[in-house]
Design a protein around this ligand. Structure first.
Ligand code: NAP
Length: 291
């Protein structure tokens, strides 16, 4: 193996320890306890699991958590009035609307209702708009892309001037990751399902962020020697040696890529733990902004 492993679990733990210390200092100073409110609509098992793990993280770090759950057939009005109530609730520091919402709901209208000061997911149009504009500062940056950049910085990987390739242009990962890289003076190529000659483009990347949700699609011979590879993908792959019959793998073929890359994140244990750590950091920041 040539690549240095980027230990997202350990780096996320450091972030969480810092947040826990910040929370303890606030509480000792008599200030409000940072509190995250999650909004779950429906019963998707993956969304329920994500919301539960966010609540658990809040508890572990000494923060408060409020878990709001609406049925899958909730109306637009019900979801919107819940968000408005949480906006007005001074005990709530941050609001996270778990995506995707059921398809009958207008996600854009819900997200634009979240108060910018409580938008700990960084997905309100004002925060994303600021991220896209030169010289403007979002109050919050979306957690998964922010975690990717944090890992690059932590490993001392130079972003300025690097050729960065981002696979995927979703609102929650690919596009904000690309905007963050541009804001850090990387030269960025954004790839998507209509991109031609993907392997050739990836071969130019000093930094590769893969967020497409395609099991191990990026092969070792696509990777530029010594590149930094950040694999956001979380895909289930059949594996008869596991009790569950499957295991979690990324968008990059790890076994091949680790022989070529300079740095690589494992799946699991890479980007995944960073997402929640960044959410906790944003929730503490939200409480501080609202002091
Ligand atoms: P998404 O909304 O489905 O977006 C996928 C993106 O990949 C789209 O932009 C799509 O292009 C592009 N794409 C799909 N097939 C492609 C192909 N063959 N070649 C090039 N581009 C292709 O997914 P997402 O929400 O961004 O998530 C991406 C992956 O990250 C998933 O595996 C997800 O589970 C994982 N994820 C992990 C975390 C974490 O905390 N670790 C957080 C969020 C997501 P078009 O735009 O043209 O459709």
């Amino acid at each position: 193996m040539t690549a240095k492993l980027i230990d997202g679990k350990a780096i996320a733990q450091e972030v969480r320890d810092g947040v826990a210390a910040g929370v303890a200092m606030r509480v000792a100073a008599g200030k409000s306890k940072p509190t995250l409110a999650t909004v779950l609509v429906g019963n998707r098992p993956d969304s329920s699991a994500y919301v539960a793990s966010k609540g658990k993280a809040c508890q572990e770090l000494g923060m408060g958590s409020i878990s709001e759950h609406l049925p899958a057939n909730a109306t637009q009005e019900q979801v919107e009035s819940l968000v408005k109530r949480l906006n007005a609730d001074s005990t709530v520091s941050g609001i996270l609307v778990q995506l995707p919402l059921p398809s009958h709901l207008n996600e854009e209208r819900v997200l634009q209702l979240v108060s910018i000061e409580k938008d700990v997911d960084g997905l309100s149009p004002i925060n994303i708009g600021r991220l896209a504009q030169k010289g403007r500062e979002p109050l919050f940056v979306p957690c998964t892309p922010n975690g990717c950049i944090y890992l690059l910085d932590k490993m001392g990987i130079q972003i300025e001037g690097a050729n960065a390739v981002v696979l995927g242009r979703s609102n929650i990962v690919g596009m904000p990751a690309s905007l963050l890289l541009v804001s850090r003076n990387a030269t960025v190529t954004i790839c998507h399902s209509c991109t031609k000659n993907l392997p050739d483009i990836v071969r130019q990347a000093d930094i590769l962020i893969a967020a497409i949700g395609k099991t191990e699609m990026v092969r070792g011979d696509w990777i530029k020697p010594d590149a930094a590879v950040i694999d956001v993908g979380m895909n289930s792959k059949p594996d008869s040696t596991k009790k569950s019959g499957h295991r979690l793998v990324g968008d990059v073929n790890f076994e091949e890529a680790k022989e070529v890359a300079g740095f690589i994140t494992p799946v699991p244990g890479g980007v995944g733990p960073m997402t929640i750590a960044m959410l906790m950091k944003n929730t503490l920041r939200a409480a501080e902004i609202q002091d």
